[in-house]
Design a protein. Structure first.
Length: 351
């Protein structure tokens, strides 16, 4: 997954950018149409609002009209709240507007956002040229320098101070975005409704509760997602337990590479692999002599998801819009993998 290779340091052409920002000046000329195209009296009355983040407190004085997301999944929360951002940041998949199929119904017939990229870091000059009045970087690895630069353009909401980079939970992200756009109550309902879905799944699948599970990928060997990563939290939200010692391996990051000496940690009740290419990567993993002898493999308790197919992509997105789709597709595979019968086929779901 490309997130593992995203640069997490600022890429600022300092002198040129400062001159560019000075020329742009404050954003006093944005049109009066709220983001999403329709005014909301309830939303407008919520302002001003202040939101704490990793680098301080951000105050948003009025309902934002031109929202730019430099975080990687905030567009889903915005669309679920009825707000269309001016621009999004492309992570992977190259979808128009960086809007995946699970979010298209929420977008409807409204124009797709402009798309920025983060291949070489945040495109600061392009962000400034969009004249935003709110910048969202909640699911991000924003640095203090990034935050300072973006805050000169518009109020900027960075990742929470109590989460690792790229580690904010979907619940906190949804509520933070909801507060930022004056739709806190609506965001709360989105969260509670989705959490209720998890409770129903746990009730219907008691074999999930208390079983060990983990997600991994084949990036530079074996890379595992830890307890502070949304993918790890997806498993615990479904009632699974993460392996003992996983948090020590990942430390203060969302994940970490697993040494050959720790390959045994992969031997969990359920193991979900996120791979770039389904058949070649599956064959490569299963041909590894260290992996081939693990019970998770010999008993058929491993699942393989291709990163850019919809189920794999939704597993990495983890949002209030991707989760309903993902749970419909992934839970049956998980139930088949942990039913105690190695002969049960785990049917691959791609869409």
């Amino acid at each position: 997954m490309r997130l593992l290779s995203i640069r997490r340091t600022a890429t600022v052409a300092a002198a040129g950018l400062i001159l560019f920002l000075a020329a742009c000046g404050p954003n006093n000329e944005a049109d009066d149409t709220p983001a999403g195209g329709s005014s909301s009296a309830a939303a407008a009355s919520a302002f001003p609002v202040s939101i704490e983040n990793k680098f301080g407190t951000t105050t948003i004085p009025a309902e934002p009209k031109r929202i730019v997301t430099v975080g990687l999944v905030e567009q889903d929360a915005l669309l679920a709240l009825g707000v269309v951002p001016t621009a999004t940041t492309e992570w992977f998949g190259e979808k128009p507007g960086a809007v995946w199929p699970w979010a298209e119904a929420a977008l409807g017939s409204q124009p797709k956002p402009q798309v920025l990229t983060n291949t070489d870091g945040i495109q600061f000059e392009k962000v400034a040229a969009l004249r935003p009045d709110l910048i969202l970087a909640v699911y991000s690895g924003l640095t203090a320098a990034d935050y300072a630069t973006l805050s000169k353009m518009a109020p900027t909401v960075a990742q929470p101070k109590d989460s690792v980079d790229y580690g904010v939970s979907w619940q906190d992200l949804t509520r933070t975005v909801g507060t930022a756009v004056g739709r806190k109550d609506q965001a709360d309902k989105l969260v509670t409704d989705t959490e209720a879905r998890f409770e129903t799944i746990k009730k219907d699948n008691p074999s999930f509760v208390g079983a060990t599970a983990m997600m991994a990928t084949t990036w530079e060997g074996y890379y595992v997602y830890g307890p502070q990563d949304p993918r790890g939290r997806l498993l615990t939200d479904l009632g699974f337990k993460l392996p003992d010692g996983l948090g020590e391996v990942t430390g203060k990051e969302f994940g970490a590479n697993l040494s050959k000496e720790r390959t045994d940690m992969l031997d969990t009740g359920l193991l979900i692999w996120l791979v770039d290419s389904y058949e070649p990567d599956k064959k490569k993993v299963q041909a590894d002599p260290l992996y081939a002898k693990l019970k998770v493999k010999t008993e058929g308790r491993d699942i393989y998801l291709e990163n850019e197919e919809l189920v794999g992509a939704a597993t990495s997105f983890i949002s209030v819009l991707s989760l309903p789709f993902l749970l419909d597709k992934l839970v049956p595979q998980m139930a088949a993998a942990v039913d105690g019968n190695p002969a049960t086929a785990v049917v691959r779901a791609t869409a």
